[in-house]
Design a protein around this ligand. Structure first.
Ligand SMILES: Nc1ncnc2c1ncn2[C@@H]1O[C@H](COP(=O)(O)OP(=O)(O)O)[C@@H](O)[C@H]1O
Ligand SMILES: [Mg+2]
Length: 313
């Protein structure tokens, strides 16, 4: 069993790539075979976060069919059990991926044989980002404590959530529901999944059951990054409560990562922060978050050696 964790943030610079890379290092250190994928098509730099300066291949080699399988685009790293699909050599036009191309990439990702696959996504609520969240029931959202970042992460979480609801209900049904809500003069209700769920149950009990099960299976988690001493350490829990209240969505606060200037240094030196500064507060924070995320997984993959070049796409 492979667990896929898409990682998104409302804004650029919140630390998605930093966190994805170092969560990958943390999982690999615990013995899980882990693949990190640079799916930030517009601004790929995940390779730098794990200390790989010159990736030999990239995601676009698969997208533009220069390689027959996605497995061929995987680079080994100097960290045992950690693997990378880089975006470093992507073509410039990759940002405008057609829907079919995305579906093909996502299908191939789900067939790769790792314990964990982490997807470093682009910022914001563009289709390239939202679509990649449809690959799994899990979603990790990362924000800084600044109100602008919180506002953007709320928008992103809401967009992902409603996209998932649409996926379950199929677009047609969703439109019927939106119209019904309009007729009842309750435009706001389509923004509240609990009311939406009641409406679906009433109109189509079978669909209501499907939706209820799907909503229950979502595992959303929030990480607050770049937390300084003067920031409120409970901000993440508060944001999760607000999301729960307004969207009826269960989201778990996974933890804070302290602000540390040495992260900037490690990025400039192109080395993994966790490897270079393993005993700092921020490194401890990342390891704690990793453990907390693992504790929420119902069935953890049995740790395994990566079967190289299995070509199982
Ligand atoms: N906890 C932190 N403390 C200090 N600086 C950080 C922290 N997390 C990230 N940064 C800085 O923010 C920059 C942007 O992070 P990055 O992961 O590239 O953002 P994103 O992928 O979300 O655009 C990093 O290069 C690093 O210098
Ligand atoms: Mg990034």
């Amino acid at each position: 069993m492979t667990l896929i964790w898409p990682i998104g943030g409302g804004k650029g610079g919140t630390g998605k790539s930093f966190f994805t890379g170092n969560l990958g290092v943390s999982l690999a250190e615990l013995g899980y075979s882990t693949l990190v994928v640079d799916a930030d098509l517009g601004a790929p730099n995940l390779h730098t976060m794990i200390g790989l300066t010159e990736p030999s291949k990239s995601l676009s080699d698969f997208i533009y069919k220069r390689t027959a399988t996605l497995t061929e685009t995987v680079d080994e790293t100097h960290i045992p059990q950690l693997y990378l699909i880089s975006g470093a050599r992507n073509n410039l036009d990759i940002v405008n991926l057609a829907h079919e191309q995305k579906v093909r990439v996502m299908r191939a990702i789900t067939k790769l044989p790792y314990d964990f696959i982490l997807l470093d996504l682009g910022a914001g609520t563009s289709f390239n980002t939202i679509d990649f969240f449809m690959i799994s029931d899990s979603g990790i959202f990362i924000t800084t404590p600044e109100p602008t970042a919180i506002e953007n992460i709320y928008r992103l979480i809401r967009s992902v959530y409603f996209r998932k609801i649409r996926q379950v209900l199929k677009l047609q049904h969703f439109q019927v529901l939106a119209e019904e809500a309009g007729k009842r003069n309750q435009d706001a209700t389509v923004n509240n999944p609990e009311i939406l769920l009641d409406m679906v149950r009433e109109m189509d009990p079978e669909q209501g059951k499907n939706l209820e099960e799907a909503l229950r299976s979502f595992q959303f988690q929030l990480v607050v990054n770049q937390v300084r001493r003067q920031d409120n350490p409970n901000l993440g829990s508060l944001v999760c409560k607000i999301i729960q209240k307004h969207l009826g969505l269960r989201i778990t606060f996974a933890g804070n990562i302290s602000f540390d200037d040495r992260i900037h240094d490690s990025v400039c030196q192109k080395v993994s922060y966790l490897r270079k500064y393993p005993y700092t507060q921020a490194a401890t924070d990342i390891r704690d978050i990793c453990k907390s995320m693992l504790s929420l997984v119902e069935t953890l993959p049995a740790k395994r050696e990566q079967e190289k070049a299995s070509g199982s796409e």
